[in-house]
Design a protein around this ligand. Structure first.
Ligand SMILES: [Zn+2]
Length: 252
């Protein structure tokens, strides 16, 4: 066992590393890889659709004649699942994407068109502005004006929505209290009528009920008073604020 472990590496005095035979890998060698299809495409030979995410045994090679800013471009070969025709695609580092080269057509993806159009517009603008300060200023002014217009429109929409949605939870509560009071009044009247018809005395069966209603009415009245008081206070505070503002303005 001990001879397996090389503890002392002996180099003879006439050792010349330049004379070693290098185990060189050919540059155009292809590798077998198993990978998923990065985009959906259609076979041009039989019209079969190959979907994104399908696993294939592909052959991978480096494109020797092209690169993008020093980044290597790889080409992949796969076979159609129906007709076994060869389809090739390669990487596209410029757009972080893939290009179908041969034997297939990529499915149409609308968002890619949108992206391309946006990029083309941006490039056009940059080319226009290059070395032209006036054009740059013009574009900047136009952009800021557009932004302001958008903000104005947004404000207007917000204002309109506010106008439409005037009813808040306070209004709902007030409405509820009003209705409850009205209901209590009506019930009391009805009770009175019934008592008259049946000839009940003042301390009849309905007396407890009546007291309860009175209590409820009192509570409602108290709540409304509280609400009104709070609103008055708010108004007073606002007035004070305004006065203070005016005072500070005068000082200036
Ligand atoms: Zn096919």
């Amino acid at each position: 066992m001990a001879e397996r472990k090389v503890l002392i590496k002996y180099y003879p005095p006439n050792f010349d590393p330049d004379r070693l035979i290098k185990n060189k890998r050919p540059k155009d060698k292809q590798d077998n890889v198993r990978m998923m299809l990065p985009m959906s495409l259609r076979c041009s030979t039989c019209g079969n659709y190959l979907y994104i995410g399908t696993k294939f045994n592909m052959r991978k090679e480096t494109c020797l004649d092209e690169d993008y800013l020093g980044i290597r471009i790889y080409r992949f070969y796969l076979k159609c699942t129906q007709c076994y025709a060869e389809v090739t695609f390669k990487t596209d580092p410029k757009n972080s994407d893939y290009i179908v080269e041969h034997g297939g057509v990529r499915n149409y993806e609308p968002w890619r068109d949108v992206q391309a159009a946006e990029e083309a517009l941006k490039e056009l603008k940059e080319n226009e502005e290059e070395g032209n300060a006036m054009k740059f200023l013009e574009n900047k002014t136009y952009d800021s004006k557009r932004e302001m217009d958008i903000l104005d429109a947004l404000d207007e929409i917000k204002h309109l929505n506010q106008k439409k949605a005037q009813v808040g939870h306070e209004e709902h509560l007030n409405e509820f209290r009003k209705r409850k009071l009205e209901e209590i009044d009506r019930e009391q009247q009805e009770e009175g009528f019934r008592r008259k018809e049946k000839g009940f005395g003042a301390n009849g069966n309905g007396n407890g009920m009546n007291e309860e209603m009175k209590k409820e009415k009192k509570l409602m009245g108290f709540l409304i008073k509280k609400r009104v008081h709070a609103e008055e206070n708010k108004e007073k505070k606002e007035e004070k604020k305004k006065q203070l503002c005016n005072y500070s303005d005068d000082e200036k």
